[in-house]
Design a protein around this ligand. Structure first.
Ligand code: S3P
Length: 447
């Protein structure tokens, strides 16, 4: 259960507050935090994790790993110790696994458990219960797992893990790191070689971390340049010390805010710059954004930098759909930047945005229009005619509907700071799923 389900909505008006100046340190990467907990729970012995994101989505994964028999202990903020049980030795959970708002927890755990002889019920909040699970049910059925899902292939669903599981070779029909990871995780407890063919590269945190834990994983190039990823089961994972780098998807809101609010200069520390995640920075630079990288280094096997971002006039561009997977969660923030750029920004190839925590094309088109932007919604993208640097008008008397989607709430908060009259959000509670201290950090930057 998420905080957005067991308390009253928390509306807030985000008002313009002068230039943003100072330093923020972004919390741990959500994708990497989920994977760190899952793999630690499968290693034999004790792993240590530091910099873990303690947002509700990751805590849903932590609760699930406990219910499956691993011992997890929070020793101080962001520092966790996990005593794993070994691949194949997870226990039958007593109740349903409540995944809250988290698609990543759900799809990765379905994969992980599909090759274990367990019967598991998955439940989630109203947003998660609308999201398509058919994309993981299909390959995991080939592994031998059996599913009873709600109509449309959604949660709540019941899964009976395969016994014995069958190794598959599966070509991804959608560019999805969650589907890729689900199959690789199923491969951990499957005898033989499990292979995923990925025509369009997506975030590669699972591959990096599986190799770090000692799994026998290979990444090769296929005949048409596809990534062919294979993993040998039944794997023995060795416990690790993991440092989780900062989340570029959380950094996105500060980067866009600093670019849009006049006279701002913000240093965003600890930003993961894995090339499979860094598309937003590339696109904002093409639009004219002044974003400087400082202190490039490696944290936990991932490239990380501090970014110095200065207010910049932006120009609209046509965004190459090939960049979409490397910034798939950053489009709501990018749409806000486009709304204040000079000229038109055109996006295409973004059908996947319709099946995120909300339909992010429809919801952002409505939200930005309510705030005074000029937006056309197309089937697979938005066309946004920017103000040329003028502040958006803001909302008068309407509250932006966030639809249990943290990234809509944070993006429209940024739009509020860059508006004339402020933007009212109907509910800030969903922000806690990925970025519990977002409002405190944002408020701390205002002069
Ligand atoms: C994620 C993959 C992406 C992303 C999500 C996290 C992951 O989803 O949108 O926030 O951790 O693997 P898809 O794989 O559905 O694109």
């Amino acid at each position: 259960m998420t905080s957005a389900e067991n308390s009253l909505p928390r509306p807030r008006r985000f008002a313009p507050a002068g230039p943003l100046r100072g330093t923020v340190r972004v919390p741990g990467d959500k994708s990497i935090s989920h994977r760190a907990l899952m793999l630690s729970a499968l290693a034999v012995g004790r792993s240590r994790i530091s910099g873990l994101l303690e947002g509700e989505d990751v805590l849903a994964t932590a609760a699930a790993m406990r219910a499956l028999g691993a011992r997890l202990e929070r020793t101080s903020p962001g520092e966790w110790q996990v005593s794993g049980v070994g691949v194949g030795s997870l226990l039958q959970p007593e109740g349903a696994l409540d995944m809250g708002n988290s698609g990543t927890s759900t799809r990765l755990l379905m994969g992980l458990l599909a090759s274990h002889p367990l019967t598991v019920a998955f439940t989630g909040d109203a947003s998660l219960s609308k999201r398509p699970m058919g994309r993981v049910i299909e390959p995991l059925s080939l592994v031998g797992a059996d599913f009873t899902a709600s109509p449309g292939g959604t949660l709540p669903l019941m899964m009976r893990g395969a016994s014995p599981p069958v190794p598959v070779e599966y070509r991804l029909p959608v560019a999805s790191a969650q589907v890729k990871s689900a199959i690789l995780l199923a491969g951990l407890n499957t005898p033989g070689i499990t292979t995923v063919v990925e025509p369009v590269p997506t975030r590669d945190h699972s591959e990096r971390m599986l190799a770090g834990f000692g799994a026998d994983l290979k990444v090769e190039a296929g005949p048409a340049g596809e990534r062919v990823i294979s993993i040998a089961g039944e794997a023995d994972l060795r416990p690790q010390d993991i440092v989780v780098p900062g989340d570029p998807s959380s950094a996105a809101f500060f980067i866009v805010a600093a670019l849009l609010v006049p006279d701002s200069e913000v240093r965003v520390e600890n930003v993961g710059m894995n090339p499979t995640r860094a598309g937003l920075v590339e696109v904002l630079r093409m639009m004219g954004g002044d974003i400087e990288e400082d202190g490039v280094r490696e944290v936990g096997g991932e490239p990380v930098a501090d970014l110095v971002v200065r207010h910049s006039p932006l120009r609209g561009i046509e965004i190459d759909p090939a960049l979409a997977p490397s910034m798939i969660d950053e489009f709501p923030a990018l749409f806000v930047a486009a709304a204040m750029a000079g000229g038109t920004t055109t996006t295409t190839g973004l059908d996947e945005l319709r099946v995120k925590e909300s339909d992010r094309l429809r919801v952002m088109a409505e939200a930005l229009t309510d705030a005074g932007a000029e937006v056309d919604e197309r089937e697979d993208g938005l066309i946004i005619r920017g103000t040329g640097g003028e502040a958006l008008h803001g909302t008068d008397g309407v509250a932006i509907a966030t639809h249990l989607d943290h990234r809509i709430a944070m993006s429209m908060a940024v739009a509020g700071l860059a508006s004339e009259r402020g933007v009212e959000i109907d509910d800030t509670r969903p922000i806690a799923t990925s970025f519990p201290n977002f409002e405190a950090l944002l408020d701390g930057l205002a002069q």
